[in-house]
Write a protein that binds this ligand. Structure first.
Ligand SMILES: NC(=O)c1ccc[n+]([C@@H]2O[C@H](COP(=O)([O-])OP(=O)(O)OC[C@H]3O[C@@H](n4cnc5c(N)ncnc54)[C@H](O)[C@@H]3O)[C@@H](O)[C@H]2O)c1
Length: 277
């Protein structure tokens, strides 16, 4: 039976990953800073006929991540899949978002992912292979205004994953980076924002997301099975990504032009209501 470690598995996408893996007969270590939610996920994993354990881990702490790896390798001897999924959200333009929020989001969304990679890569090399899925976001590709801190953490995760893909191929360790757009989870509940519009937009965009967390997990696992680097579940983001690669300067000239208009926010909100963000 293959073994997986999933961070941020008490809720949303992490829980969806844990359940999808249980259905595929994987053993899952349900890791999260929220021990109660992690225990609920494990119950659901068992209801699906799966098995595993929980581990309380703050991914922002290197010591916690080392302890989580020691537990997983101690119990199961090998870890075939690590999913660095735990994440939080912060909005607010540069200069307005408090610097503490920048530090906080980097400690989880970037350092949390790096801690996982840093600790698990040598062990996966030793065991002769494995796979790492890093959860980034469409935000790391499209760089929407008013969420620079979130965008920057996710762009860093994409770059890290691309680099690791090259470094680890010779060690039979696959790397997949997932870049979804908005989908329904609890992410907006803990959002730090600088105005009410940002919170409303995030909630509306997530509530109306056209793809569910289950579907994002399914598509990411399919990408892993095919050993693909990128998993971009939303067609709209694949289109925007293509446009950006064709002409990055024009892409951002248009984005800056739209952002200058006082109506841009209203347009974004209308698109979010229709599930088009
Ligand atoms: N929901 C979306 O629209 C969306 C879009 C793109 C990317 N993502 C990414 O998906 C991932 C999962 O988020 P979600 O949407 O399922 O949100 P969620 O809030 O439902 O789940 C996030 C989980 O991470 C856990 N967590 C937070 N900080 C942690 C820490 N320091 N250590 C360990 N666990 C921690 C939370 O307790 C929670 O269980 C995140 O990386 C997020 O950035 C989400």
């Amino acid at each position: 039976m293959p073994n997986a470690v999933v961070t941020g598995a008490a809720s949303g996408l992490g829980r969806a990953f844990a359940l999808a893996l249980a259905r595929k007969n994987w053993r899952v270590l349900v890791a999260d800073i929220n021990a109660v939610g992690a225990a609920e996920t494990l119950e659901l994993v068992k209801k699906e006929g799966g098995s595993g354990a929980t581990f309380r881990c703050d991914v922002a702490s290197l010591d916690d991540v080392k302890a989580m790896a020691a537990f997983a390798f101690g119990e199961w001897q090998r870890v075939d899949l690590l999913i660095n999924n735990a994440g939080i959200a912060v909005t607010g333009t540069v200069g307005d978002a408090p610097i503490e929020d920048w530090r906080w989001i980097f400690s989880v969304n970037f350092w949390g992912v790096l801690h996982g990679c840093h600790v698990f890569v040598p062990k996966m090399r030793e065991q002769g292979g494995g796979h790492i899925i890093n959860v980034a976001s469409a935000a790391g590709i499209v760089s929407l205004p008013e969420m620079p801190a979130y965008n920057a953490t996710k762009a860093a995760v994409i770059s890290l994953s691309e680099t690791m893909r090259c470094e680890l191929a010779a060690h039979r360790i696959g790397v997949t980076v997932v870049c979804p757009s908005f989908f329904r989870t609890n992410l907006a509940k803990g959002l730090h924002c600088t105005d009410e519009f940002q919170k409303t937009f995030a909630i509306v965009a997530m509530e109306n997301g056209r793809i569910s967390a289950d579907e994002v997990a399914k598509r990411a696992l399919r990408a892993m099975e095919k050993n693909r680097l990128y998993a971009i579940p939303h067609a709209s983001i694949r289109l925007l990504w293509f446009m950006k690669r064709v002409s990055p300067a024009m892409f951002y000239r248009n984005m800056a032009f739209m952002n200058k208009s006082s109506r841009f926010r209203m347009v974004l909100l209308a698109l979010a209501r229709r599930g088009l963000t």
